[in-house]
Design a protein around this ligand. Structure first.
Ligand code: ATP
Length: 244
């Protein structure tokens, strides 16, 4: 598999303090990359640099083998992202929110909207005002909004945070669909290993701005020769056995 996204020595310093320190990340095309780390580890900052919201202090980002700059607008169109909670007009229906966003951004397409709503299983309730939606429904609507342009890389910052078990299950199904049916590459951050270990193909572990591990889950799910510890915080700790 080829890399869709690669970072080299990606670094961000705020007021002399390194929030992200020399991160070399490799995300393969078509995979689900779980970006794991405790609060404050630097996950959002990495995502903001990838999506051009924040300028790196140092380092490079390559997307489809091409170096990204502040003006890589065409490349950015091939990405979709939801950083933290998606925001909507509460009094408008789900559909009206998507139409408004699509028209404002200049890419409204009725068919693409219908497909996106179906994908996140909101067809049938898309005429309800968003204020009646649960957090999980809002997250899924956020995904529908982000995938209307059919991005090749979808970046989701803590999309499972705060969801109940049913919401988590539904969200995982959406991830699987996006990956398997649409061939989309997903970068999903979480501070809980249990939330992403079942769906991720690769897990990157970040702590205090440093990418400690980048592990293929296929390796982890296999044999028994080497121990690897993925620790995010005390409530989310796992020891895996690596096969060689
Ligand atoms: P969380 O899940 O809590 O958002 P995170 O892993 O996404 O955690 P970041 O939000 O990227 O972590 O933060 C990494 C570090 O950078 C933290 O110490 C944070 O306080 C700091 N930081 C982030 N944004 C800024 C900013 N705009 N100015 C100063 N410091 C910042």
């Amino acid at each position: 598999m080829t890399n869709i996204l690669r970072t080299q020595n990606l670094t961000k310093t705020y007021q002399g303090k390194e929030a992200v320190n020399s991160v070399n990340m490799n995300i393969k095309q078509g995979e689900i990359y779980g970006f794991l780390g405790p609060n404050g580890a630097g996950k959002t900052t990495v995502m903001k640099m990838i999506t051009n919201l924040v300028k790196p202090t140092y380092g490079e980002i390559e997307f489809f083998g091409e170096k990204m700059t502040e003006r890589s607008y065409e490349m950015l169109k091939r990405m979709g992202c939801i950083i933290e909670y998606p925001v909507f007009y509460d009094k408008l229906t789900a559909k009206e929110n998507l139409i408004l966003h699509g028209e404002y951004m200049g890419y409204y397409d009725k068919q693409a909207m219908g497909e996106a709503l179906e994908l996140v299983k909101l067809t049938g309730i898309d005429n309800k005002p968003v204020k009646q939606f649960s957090l999980g429904m809002k997250q899924r609507l956020g995904i529908a909004r982000a995938v209307m342009t059919k991005p090749e890389l979808l970046i989701l910052d803590e999309p499972i945070n705060g969801l109940d078990p049913l919401g988590i299950k539904e969200m995982r199904e959406v991830f699987r669909m996006l990956s398997q049916e649409y061939g989309m590459t997903l970068l999903i951050s979480s501070h809980l290993l249990a939330e992403i270990e079942q769906i991720a193909d690769t897990i990157g572990v970040i702590r205090e701005g440093v990418l400690l591990e980048e592990v293929a889950m296929q390796t982890i799910r296999g044999g028994n020769t080497e121990y690897i510890e993925l620790i995010t915080n005390e409530s989310s700790k796992a020891v895996y056995v690596l096969e060689h």
